[in-house]
Design a protein around this ligand. Structure first.
Ligand code: SAH
Length: 391
């Protein structure tokens, strides 16, 4: 979002460029721009997003110069305190990846779904919700607002598994978004044939958010009737092989999941070598078979994030909306326990409430502008800077 700064290209090796932000250098993939040494670019999620003029860049960097040093100092100070698991994880985060923190936007484009996942409020058999599918025009207008009005540099397009939206024609929409707006496109659309995903990649999508939901095949079968964990894991690996940046992880607290299962979830995620880890609690959704399951304790989720940081020191870990829903204070705690990334919901008000995978999703009743201000204040308080997370 507006929380991002341009950097200067200081090295180019094929499609990998090194970008300098004050005194740190990050690497990013450049699949979209013609670049020369000395150019100024915005990068996000390890990808160059757009080029900007030196004049414009220097103006922005001048404003950031002092603040940048202050943020660094603040992060260093906060990461040196405490000896608990979570504060150790925060220390490791600071030591390995510094104070970069990215904020992605999430746009929920359809709540139609052909599946009946036992945890999910937009499952096919839930006849009590109003369904919507955003038109291309509405999606483009929302991307425009997120990218140009609010400055988001990476957007996750999320939906139920909706073949009436996710088909060959969707590739044209991806290409239009990529041509018109300086954003990195992530897809969170469920399981579709590899060929279709290849088409979306060619059209300009570069990331996928696809969780394996649980690493326990029995719990998986009970949570997603008719589907196999093996198939999901295979698809996730294949998407990574195509070149997609991967965000993956699981739901913690599914019925019968043990402490060991949760540890195995970290191991399973590690084996997929994702660009970002996403672990969040189950939030029981009304009218679903899991509606009476109790949500896990937010502290357990935060410790899970800390453990992930310990097991993969240089990872990127997102604070999930589900965790923020469980405890609004969890965002700050998670960022001080190893996490280094946030997602804000940029779905238009009208649809936001209808994408009810679980009720009262964090931010469902809050204006985006207010959420952005709160986020920036928190990131300043914690000493986090908007440099790219790097490859
Ligand atoms: N159709 C896409 C996107 C689903 S929504 C897909 O299948 O990947 C994105 C994620 O929300 C899901 O992958 C799941 O991990 C999570 N989710 C769904 N219902 C939830 C609930 N009740 N509590 C917590 N997380 C949930």
């Amino acid at each position: 979002m507006c929380y991002s700064i341009p950097g200067k290209v200081v090295e180019i090796k094929n499609n990998i460029v090194s970008i300098e932000y004050f005194d740190s250098v990050k690497r990013a993939r450049n699949d979209f721009e013609k670049l020369e040494l000395g150019d100024y670019v915005y990068a996000q999620g390890g990808f160059v997003i757009s080029k900007i003029t030196a004049k414009e860049a220097l103006k922005i960097l001048e404003v950031w110069k002092e603040l940048f040093k202050e943020l660094d100092k603040q992060d260093l100070q906060l990461s040196q305190t405490g000896s608990t698991l979570t504060s150790k994880a925060n220390h490791i985060r600071h030591k390995t990846i510094g104070n970069s923190c990215c904020v992605h936007g999430i746009l929920e484009i359809s709540n139609f779904c052909r599946n009946n996942c036992h945890y999910c409020g937009i499952r096919k058999d839930n006849k009590s919700i109003e369904r919507y599918r955003m038109s291309d025009e509405k999606i483009l207008a929302s991307v425009d607002r997120a990218a140009n009005e609010f400055g988001f540099k990476a957007l996750v397009l999320q939906s139920g598994e909706d073949p009436d939206l996710i088909n060959d024609v969707f590739a044209d929409l991806i290409a239009t978004i990529r041509n018109r707006f300086p954003v990195l496109i992530f897809l969170s659309i469920g399981e579709f044939p590899l060929k279709l995903y290849q088409k979306f990649y060619k059209a300009g999508a570069r990331g996928v958010l696809l969780r394996f939901e649980t690493s326990n095949p029995n719990i998986y079968a009970k949570s997603r009737p008719g589907f196999k964990l093996e198939t999901r894991l295979k698809l996730i690996s294949e998407l990574k092989r195509i070149g997609y940046a991967l965000i993956t992880g699981s739901i913690l607290g599914l019925p019968d999941a043990s402490v060991e299962d949760h540890l195995n979830d970290i191991k399973c995620a590690l084996s997929l070598n994702p660009e970002m880890y996403s672990f969040g609690p189950l939030i029981p959704a009304p009218t679903t078979p899991f509606e009476n399951t109790k949500s896990p304790n937010p502290e357990m989720i935060i410790e899970h994030l800390a453990r992930t940081r310990m097991m993969k020191e240089d990872s990127n870990i997102v604070v999930t909306t589900a965790l923020e829903t469980l405890d609004p204070k969890a965002r700050k705690k998670a960022l001080l326990s190893g996490a280094n990334s946030l997602m804000l919901n940029v779905t238009p008000e009208k649809y936001k409430k209808l994408y009810s995978i679980y009720p009262k999703k964090y931010g469902y009743d809050k204006d985006l502008k207010i959420q952005i201000d709160e986020t920036i204040n928190l990131l300043h308080e914690l000493g986090r800077a908007p440099t790219d997370l790097s490859l």
